[in-house]
Design a protein around this ligand. Structure first.
Ligand SMILES: [Zn+2]
Length: 235
């Protein structure tokens, strides 16, 4: 899904505990490989002031119009927890990519990007833990530049934002829900790639998979979903 283009105007996001305000570039969950994302910097204030200042320079990429976004209240807590959820339709004629691994199947995710339900979900969990807008706001699927994008780009950006905010991954627990194909032969490859993208030790990255008991779209092989919970801790 996404084709790179240059960002027109600088991005500035500032929040305070009193009057939070933020301006994000229109950004979507599916990004091109050579795409350079806007740089957002998190500057922690002294502990007496819990407000976090986020300043992004859009020297890059995203080329979207700045828009009013959700205020961030990224208080410097010792721990922050985040939850992510994603679901995609499965349609014939698309590759099935899960966690960056191409899984042989008779159908794949119809999506603006590469439709990697697991990576989207993990990105959303990290962004959520940081108190940032979700992946759909940062990388809008209405933007043609994200068409066919490799979701690893979103992961790289989420991990970068996490480190800039002064946090690192404590642990991650993800659950994939799909009726077919069986994921057990691919689980370790998916988990290994997830660890690589996160820069995390395998002992803190857990991946589970289950069916949907043949009910609803998930159980009828018409969709795939994922849930992720992450715990971040302050460096
Ligand atoms: Zn998605």
């Amino acid at each position: 899904m996404a084709m790179a283009s240059s960002l027109a105007s600088p991005l500035h996001i500032k929040t305070s505990s009193k009057q939070p305000s933020a301006h994000f570039p229109g950004v979507a969950p599916c990004v091109p490989r050579n795409l350079q994302l806007p740089s957002m910097k998190f500057t922690a204030r002294p502990s007496s002031s819990p407000a976090l200042v986020i300043v992004g320079s859009a020297a890059s990429t995203v080329g979207a119009e700045p828009q009013s976004g959700t205020a961030t209240s990224a208080k410097l807590l010792p721990f922050r927890v985040g939850h992510g959820f994603d679901l995609h339709r499965l349609e014939p004629g698309y590759p099935l990519i899960i966690g960056g691994i191409n899984i042989p199947h008779d159908r794949g995710c119809e999506a603006h990007s590469d439709g990697d339900v697991l990576l989207h979900c993990v990105v959303d969990a990290i962004l959520g833990a940081l108190g940032l807008p979700d992946i759909g706001q940062i990388f809008p699927d209405t933007d043609p530049k994200w068409k066919g994008a490799a979701s690893s780009v979103f992961m790289e950006e989420a991990v970068r934002l996490m480190h800039e905010a002064g946090y690192e991954l404590g642990n991650l627990d993800a659950t994939l829900i799909l009726q077919r194909p069986k994921l057990s032969p691919h689980k370790e490859a998916i988990r290994a790639n997830l660890c690589k993208l996160l820069g995390a030790d395998p002992s803190v990255v857990n991946l589970k998979a289950k069916t949907h008991e043949k009910v609803d779209s998930l159980g009828e092989n018409r969709s795939i979903a994922a849930h992720t919970v992450v715990l971040l801790f302050r460096k």
